[in-house]
Structure formats: C-alpha cells, structure tokens
Design a protein around this ligand. Structure first.
Ligand SMILES: C[S@@+](CC[C@H](N)C(=O)[O-])C[C@H]1O[C@@H](n2cnc3c(N)ncnc32)[C@H](O)[C@@H]1O
Length: 312
C-alpha cells in the first residue's frame, strides 16, 4: 500500500472570530468548545489526558451527560448560529449530545473547494456532480454548492435533511442545484449505479454505526460494500473524500479499503489525521480523512528512511 506521512490537521480556526468555533480545552474524557456565542462541554472518548485549563470549564453555557441530557445556564431548546469557513450554520443541542456540526470536518473544505473548482466547465458546460453521503446538516454540501457543483445530498434522517436545507437557505444557496435525498447511503448508491449515473466527486462521512429505514449501518462491516458501490459511479476524473470520526478504523485502514475499491486512485491519495488543538495546549484526536483525487500527481517513491509524523 502506498503509505504517506500523516500531517497533523489542526482545524480550530475560530479563536479571533466571535461567530466561529474553537476548542478551548479537552481532558478527562470531555471537550470544551466555543461555538459562536455558546461554550459547550461534552463527552469526548479521545480526551484521555488531564484538562490543561481547569478554570476554563466554568464558562460552559451547556453541558451534556449521556444519562442526564443537557444542563446549564443556556436554553438547550434554543437554536443559535456559527460561521465556519464563511458558511453560516444553525446549531441545536440534540438529544444525542451533538450540536449539528463536526468542526474537524471544516479542515477538508478548502481541499473540497479546490477539487470542485478544478473541474468546473466553461460557461455553457455541466457543473461537476458531487455526491455527499451521510451528509448530516450539510457543511460539505454547502461548500460544494458554493464552489459550483451540482450536489446530491443524502442522509437517512429526515430531520437532518430539513436542517441542511435551512442551512442552505441561511447562506443564500437554496436555488443552487442540490438534490435533497432522505435515503440509505447504500440503497442510493446501488440505485445510481443501476441508472448509470456518474459523479466527479464523492464525499463520505459515515458514522461508526447508524440506522436507516430498514437497515442498520456499521462502519467496519458495511464500508467495503459501500465503497465497492461508489467505484461503480465515479467518473474517470473523480475525487473521493472519506472521513471517519470514530476511533474504530484508523487512517491507514480507511485508505486500504479505498485502495481496494478504487485501485485507480490508490497512488493518488493522502491520509490526514483530524484533530483540534486548544490554546490551552490540549489536543483532541477526532478521526481520519483520506483524500483521493484523479487530478493528484502520483507521489514519488519514498526513501527507506520514511518521513514519520509531522505537522502539516
Ligand atoms: C458522522 S455524521 C456526518 C457528519 C457530516 N458529514 C458533517 O460534517 O456535518 C453521520 C450522518 O449519517 C447519517 N446516517 C446514518 N446512517 C445512515 C445511512 N445508512 N445512510 C445515510 N445516512 C446515514 C446520520 O443521520 C448522520 O446525519
């Protein structure tokens, strides 16, 4: 397998932006983050060290505990908003402890934007088609639509698709060519393959487990079949962005699965660690991204010394 170094991806960019997001601290199994005007304290299995800034946690407006739900001085039923990479998103405290945003995913948006813009046709051509699977509240959909893609946005949860549509409207993107699909990712991919549809870009951000109408999704068991389906619907010049926020599958395993399904992209991908860093010095590992692109030059063969891990 064509290995690469793992540039450390630090995507906490909101420190000076009152509407932005930043990790404030992490430790003792929890994460403390500012999302715009609200500071949120939530569980984080990857936060294995001790907190670096214990006094900062008193600023929390909302706290989530799996057995008690949300508590704190802010109204957990009231939505609020943040701006991520120039995109406004509605946030809500959900019953599962989410807020409608995976901030580490923002680190992939510049790459996504560049891949789409590189495939834009002339004034009269067809915009590149991008499929966003497990699309949640639509961060990648909005970034792709803003870059000029025609997007198929797929999520099994009707409420998530409605939320993503509100986010599109918040950004004036509701008239862009976006198909909003409440569907199981595998069922949709199989249907698109039968129809002979082709996509210039596929974004997949699967959960470690999830439920669609009639089936249950498990990352380790179901990802190989889904990637095999994706191989049937990618165009020759395609890019694929595969991310996983769970600690279950590491970056090299994700990359190996992608290489197996899409051997044509095998030498044309990079593996990135998704991680947030706090001003306190705390870091929070949040999974992996594999970015593959037919437009990416094949990297030169590595020396036997290797490159090791480094900051990107
Ligand atoms: C990890 S989140 C995606 C995060 C998203 N990419 C973002 O940055 O906001 C997983 C999403 O997958 C959806 N989901 C779970 N199982 C699914 C399935 N079988 N088919 C389609 N969507 C599914 C969930 O409803 C949830 O919105």
């Amino acid at each position: 397998m064509g290995g690469e170094s793992y540039p450390l991806e630090v995507s906490s960019d909101g420190a000076r932006d009152p509407l932005g997001c930043e990790l404030l601290d992490a430790g003792a199994g929890r994460r403390l983050e500012r999302f715009g005007e609200r500071v949120v304290d939530r569980p984080a299995p990857g936060a294995t060290a001790a907190p670096r800034a214990p006094s900062a946690w008193r600023a929390a407006d909302l706290r989530f505990d799996p057995d008690r739900g949300w508590s704190g001085r802010a109204d957990p039923g009231a939505p609020w908003s943040v701006v991520v990479e120039g995109l406004t998103l509605e946030l809500r405290a959900t019953s599962s402890g989410g807020v409608g945003l995976y901030p580490e995913h923002a680190a992939n948006l510049a790459w996504l934007d560049a891949e789409i813009r590189a495939r834009l046709p002339g004034a009269t051509g067809t915009p590149p088609a991008v499929l966003n699977l497990f699309a949640h509240t639509g961060l990648a959909t909005l970034a792709a639509a803003r870059a000029g893609a025609a997007v198929a946005h797929v999520d099994a949860a009707r409420a998530s698709v409605a939320w993503a549509r509100r986010n599109a409207a918040l950004n004036g993107l509701e008239a862009r060519p976006i198909r909003w699909l409440v569907d199981d990712a595998q069922a949709l991919v199989d249907r698109e393959a039968r129809r002979g549809r082709r996509y210039q870009g596929i974004v997949l951000d699967p959960p470690s487990s999830g439920r669609a109408r009639t089936s249950r999704w498990t990352l380790a068991d179901d990802l190989p079949r889904l990637l095999a389906g994706c191989a049937r619907i990618v165009a020759d010049d395609a890019f694929v962005l595969l991310t996983a926020h769970s600690t279950g599958l590491d970056g090299e395993t994700l990359a190996a699965l992608l290489d197996e399904a899409l051997p044509g992209l095998a030498g044309r991908r990079e593996v990135r660690r998704l991680e947030l860093a706090a001003p306190s010095g705390a870091t929070l590992p949040l999974g992996w991204a594999v970015r593959a692109s037919a437009g990416r030059p094949v990297p030169p063969a590595r020396s036997s010394a290797g490159t090791g891990h480094h900051r990107g």
